[in-house]
Design a binder for this molecule. Structure first.
Ligand code: KG4
Ligand code: ZN
Length: 408
């Protein structure tokens, strides 16, 4: 089946088209036809995402991104001249009434495009910023009405987990259960125990800021643009290149940099699987106040120590959870999973490649393009949820709502 998926939970407008089919009794073939994404540079200088600003940008971007996805997939065909326009403009205008000018651009677009061979529409319904989510949901409802297609509501965080199923080689990785998912994004930091696909239990989460949020907030303090994670990571790598290595006490045997600047590893020995990153941000605030003017080297060192702190806490708690629940596979997802230092340390400490240690399991990260928000992970999740219950009818349009705090 071909699924068109829509993602607008934060500041990326993503529309993807996935061709997915069964290739055996329990094996599947996933083919990405399109994965169009438009980010919102408007947030760069604000250090974070303002929901109403994100909503407005999604409203402007969603139709061009939709058309790009259709073109990339080879599914963009104009209607022949005398083909009858069958869309119910009144209903569509009502569905899109909360989205400013979107009804006009939507109707213009949909009136000229011939309905392609698509079987269902998947859409993120939460968690995320509600005004932003609503743009995608309203768009999905309007499209479902215009093209008479079923709607598949998708949980964004499940999307981050299943994003690892699409690999560059095209082979779906084999997941052995129980599996553990470390979800690290701008809004979430969670350890999720997976008994099977669709069977999730959150065993730990952040009590305040998410890991990505900590990167973003520290970046802002260091006058770096949003999103801060990649910026901090670049500076940290620069510092590591020039410095000696020693051993991290919490992750015995893991070479770490001998930073003169020391920041806390919040809640590392709390004995549970929860996290807290707001103290780290405050520690950086006080540090910067005490240091006064800092030079480029100090900036790099602070970035390195922040990244070490976040990676160390995430890795330590992940290892503890792997031991406790006898985990067979580790899945890492969300924007922060693109962090190369996190990847390196987790692979070193948990990955299959190192011999002679008992804690060696399969570790999967999404490809770089699929680590941050995108439509393809929503399409993949929509597909697997659909084939689990293929007869299930899509919920009535009026039932489909944004839920900013949607859990597993
Ligand atoms: O999953 P995502 O795209 O959006 C949410 O669902 O929140 O994650 C965005 C977050 C941002 O906080 C960003 O700074 C962080 O992911 N991020 C990174 C890296 N790339 C993105 N954090 C650390 N290192 C990176 N390379
Ligand atoms: Zn996300």
């Amino acid at each position: 089946m071909k699924i068109l998926a829509i993602e607008t939970s934060c500041d990326d407008t993503g529309i993807a088209i996935l061709d997915a089919r069964k290739s055996g009794k329990s094996s599947h073939c996933l083919h990405m036809m399109a994965n169009a994404i438009q980010s919102q540079p408007i947030h760069t200088n604000y250090g974070g995402v303002f929901p109403m600003m994100a909503k407005r940008e999604h409203g402007k971007n969603i139709v061009p991104v939709f058309e790009k996805a259709l073109k990339d997939a080879g599914l963009y065909k104009l209607k022949i001249k005398n083909e009858k326009l069958k869309i119910d403009e009144v209903k569509i205008k009502k569905i899109l009434s909360r989205e400013n000018d979107l009804s006009e651009t939507f109707i213009n677009s949909i009136s000229k495009i011939a309905k392609p061979k698509i079987d269902a529409i998947a859409v993120t319904v939460g968690p995320g910023l509600e005004p932003a989510l609503w743009v995608g949901i309203s768009f999905a409802k309007a499209l479902s009405l215009a093209w008479d297609l079923p709607l598949l509501p998708v949980n964004h965080m499940e999307g981050h987990i299943l994003s690892i199923l699409m690999t560059d080689e095209g082979k779906i990785p084999e997941i052995q259960f129980p599996a553990l998912s470390l979800l690290v994004s701008g809004g979430h930091t969670e350890l999720v125990l997976m008994k099977d696909f669709g069977k999730y239990k959150v065993i730990g989460q952040t009590r305040d800021d998410a890991a990505g949020e900590a990167f973003d907030k520290v970046a802002r303090m260091l006058s770096l643009p949003y999103p801060g994670g990649p910026e901090i990571s670049k500076l940290a790598a620069g510092h590591r290149k020039n410095s000696n290595t020693s051993t991290s006490p919490a992750l015995a045997g893991t070479p770490q940099e001998e930073n003169i600047i020391k920041l806390p590893r919040p809640m590392i020995h709390s004995g549970d699987f929860d996290f807290s990153f707001s103290g780290l941000k405050t520690a950086v605030l006080y540090l910067l106040r005490d240091l006064g003017d800092i030079n480029d080297e100090q900036k790099k060192e602070i970035a390195c120590e922040v990244e070490d702190s976040i990676v160390e806490v995430l890795t330590y708690k992940t290892i503890k959870a792997i031991e406790k629940y006898k985990i067979q596979t580790l899945i890492v997802g969300g924007g922060v999973s693109a962090n190369t230092h996190l990847q390196k340390i987790l692979r070193e400490k948990v990955g299959l490649k190192i011999k002679n240690e008992k804690l060696k399991i399969k570790v999967y990260f999404p490809t770089k393009k699929l680590s941050t928000d995108n439509g393809l992970m929503i399409a993949i999740t929509g597909y697997f949820n659909y084939i689990k219950k293929p007869t299930k009818k899509s919920p009535p349009l009026s039932k489909l709502k944004a839920n900013g705090n949607l859990g597993f």
